[in-house]
Design a protein around this ligand. Structure first.
Ligand code: MF3
Ligand code: CO
Ligand code: CO
Length: 265
């Protein structure tokens, strides 16, 4: 568990990451490329005296070559920015992690590109709710697997799948610690949630099968059946009364986690 001083630093870095994510979201429109978003992410990070944690992060094949993960439609996570222009009707997840003051802040959201079909809108809304329910389940004294149970129950009740191959993680001075947070019910994940713990919850929810396929770049994970998928992520600290979101932006009105919660269905 983390000292109050480290958590204070994580609060500041978390807000920088969230503000960067919200600003990148404002750039999304048909025609823009994910490479343009990546360049903006790198520039914003440097302007905030931060390092974009994905850049050169080690992987199974090659290190991650860009500053942000950009995952479109059937891409589950870790999409590499490229020169394909976004198209009207796409959904895109941007995953921003910044390193500042010796700590990481990790957060992502799924955005609509232009006019998106009803089924994709429902997928994105339910995924957002899965994160909210996971956060509500993250109370001190409860087993860790209550988080995954809450997420899986909600996703499957809506007819969606929960990705197993990627999990939430402990975070702080390290980007990923060995603490794993499953987004499905894992019977043996019974460690008790304690005040001072810092970790992410980042459910990846699929319209079809939860089975994945990896591209040979070693990073891009896609749904095996080509169905669409969405994700939301926050970095959290466990307080005596529950989880506090460390990746809240200065202005929540332009951030889909908050904007979608208040928009009429
Ligand atoms: N931000 C991702 C996560 O939520 C990790 C990205 S690793 C990268 O854990 F190398 F792809 F950036
Ligand atoms: Co993460
Ligand atoms: Co992330």
């Amino acid at each position: 568990s983390k000292s109050p001083e480290i958590i204070e630093r994580m609060r500041r870095t978390g807000r920088e990451a969230a503000d960067t994510l919200a600003a990148l979201g404002q750039m999304i429109r048909p025609g823009i490329t994910t490479e343009e978003i990546d360049i903006a992410c790198h520039e914003m990070a440097i302007a905030r005296n931060s390092y974009p944690s994905p850049l050169e992060y080690p992987g199974m094949v090659d290190p991650f070559p860009k500053s942000v993960c950009a995952s479109v439609n059937e891409v589950i996570c870790h999409g590499i920015p490229d020169d394909r222009p976004l198209a009207d009707g796409d959904i895109i997840n941007l995953d921003v992690t910044l390193f500042k003051e010796g700590v990481h802040g990790d957060t992502n959201a799924t955005f609509f590109v232009g006019q998106v079909d009803e089924a994709s809108q429902r997928l994105v809304r339910v995924t957002r709710e899965c994160l909210e329910l996971g956060i509500e389940a993250a109370k001190p004294g409860r087993p860790l697997n209550e988080i995954g149970r809450a997420i899986q129950d909600h996703a499957e009740a809506a007819g969606f799948g929960v990705v197993r191959d990627f999990v939430g993680h402990g975070i702080g001075q390290q980007f990923h610690t060995d603490l794993q947070i499953c987004h499905y019910y894992h019977p043996r994940q019974t460690d008790i949630i304690e005040p001072g713990m810092t970790f992410t919850i980042e459910p990846m929810i699929t319209a079809g099968s939860w089975k994945i396929r990896m591209w040979d770049d070693g990073w891009t994970a896609v749904t095996a059946d080509g169905s669409r998928t969405a994700q939301f992520e926050h970095t959290l600290v466990i307080n005596d009364d529950g989880a506090e979101i460390l990746t809240t932006p200065s202005d929540t009105t332009t951030h889909p986690y908050w904007a979608l919660a208040s928009a009429p269905v």
